[in-house]
Design a protein around this ligand. Structure first.
Ligand code: ADP
Ligand code: NA
Length: 350
């Protein structure tokens, strides 16, 4: 069996929002006390959509500061940025030669991000999932906490691992470095684990505050659609007050949230921020109007996010400290990456 190891990453593009916090960062923090964890700022990924960035290094430090402000502890977790460990790009190249073009063409995120003019999207945007697979498998990570939108990419990561394990099975056996694992009903041996996504809890897909059918995203042109981690208390309260809802009061029963995306989203956000279940929340708020619920939700959001925002500012004011965390994390990650790549070279015959 593979040793349990958690890996995840966030791109240094624009402001982090509540969806990133609840879908990713809050979970990263909870996991660091029970698992060995590696958290990356995936700066290479941010080149796939836009090659030229205002100030990529500052944005990278900003995500690292958000990690630290959310409670990630560099003594417990490895925190670093991707481009410091060149093996990410090297393994991605090998995976580009393992993965099939058809697999990449099927990715819904590629279709969304490339838009109509697909022929003119960068090759990097198409190959993005190969680099993501490399990020994870470079450390032979077994668990990946992400939002629901990353599910398909995780499936592709497993497809790549499985094809690599199959294609090189004889060599892996000859070198005696195969690890036994359960894949479906089968017991197999391989070099890369079948990394599992950790997608659970009430906020795996936080929706836009303006449109309950769209996920909250930093690329949404409407700033009212999302709560940024950098928003002050008044802004958070205003955005929640203006959040779109249907005209009915809150239901008594969580089942009745199913066909009410806006209501479900706000209750889900409350649940994720408070650690309560939707049922508990509806016990208190069922039958009441959103005008009653929203101010309580706003207070909760301000109480949870305010201190993180303050910490982010404090930490960002000391870029040398952030750089030292990334440098140290990069060294530790790099040592692990080197070990894996030594074996990958032997397997592939490089
Ligand atoms: P974005 O999707 O906003 O461009 P990233 O791709 O960098 O942000 O995502 C960082 C992490 O945040 C990923 O694990 C992603 O699944 C998660 N995430 C992004 N948006 C949401 C959302 N609306 N709800 C829950 N998780 C999300
Ligand atoms: Na995303």
């Amino acid at each position: 069996e593979f040793k349990q190891l958690v890996f995840s990453g966030v791109q240094p593009t624009g402001n982090l929002h509540l969806g990133n916090y609840l879908g990713a960062l809050q979970k990263f923090v909870a996991l660091q006390d029970v698992h060995e964890c590696i958290y990356c700022v995936v700066d290479l990924h941010s080149l796939t959509a836009t090659l030229v960035h205002e100030d990529l290094a500052t944005q990278t430090r900003g995500i690292a500061a958000a990690y630290l402000a959310s409670g990630l502890d560099p003594k417990k977790s490895i925190i670093f940025n991707q481009s410091r460990v060149p093996q990410h790009a090297e393994l991605a190249w090998i995976f580009n030669c393992v993965a099939r073009i058809g697999w990449m063409n099927r990715m819904t995120q590629f279709k969304d991000k490339a838009g109509k003019d697909r022929e003119n999207a960068s090759l990097g945007l198409l190959a993005y999932p190969s680099l993501m697979a490399a990020d994870i498998l470079l450390y032979r990570a077994t668990h990946v906490p992400v939002g629901d939108d990353q599910k398909q990419h995780l499936e592709l990561t497993r497809d790549i691992a499985q094809k690599f394990n199959n294609d090189f099975s004889a060599k892996i056996a000859e070198l005696g470095i195969g690890v036994d694992m359960q894949v479906g009903d089968e017991k197999v041996s391989g070099f890369f684990p079948m990394a599992e996504p950790l997608i659970d809890g009430p906020a795996t897909r936080v929706m836009s505050l303006r449109d309950g059918t769209k996920k909250m995203s930093k690329s949404d042109p409407s700033d009212l659609s999302r709560i940024n981690l950098s928003d002050d208390a008044d802004t958070i309260a205003k955005k929640i007050r203006k959040a779109k809802t249907d005209p009915l009061p809150l239901p008594d029963n969580a089942d009745e949230l199913k066909d009410r995306p806006e209501a479900q989203n706000l209750v889900g956000i409350y649940a994720a921020l408070s650690g309560q279940t939707s049922a508990d929340i509806l016990k208190e708020f069922g039958g009441r109007q959103f005008s009653d619920f929203k101010p309580v939700l706003a207070d909760l959001a301000v109480t949870k996010l305010g201190p993180i925002n303050g910490e982010m500012r404090r930490i960002s004011a000391d870029p040398a400290y952030v750089d030292s965390v990334l440098r140290d994390g990069g060294e530790r990650a790099g040592a692990k990456a080197e070990e894996t790549m030594k074996m990958v070279h032997e397997i592939v015959g490089l």
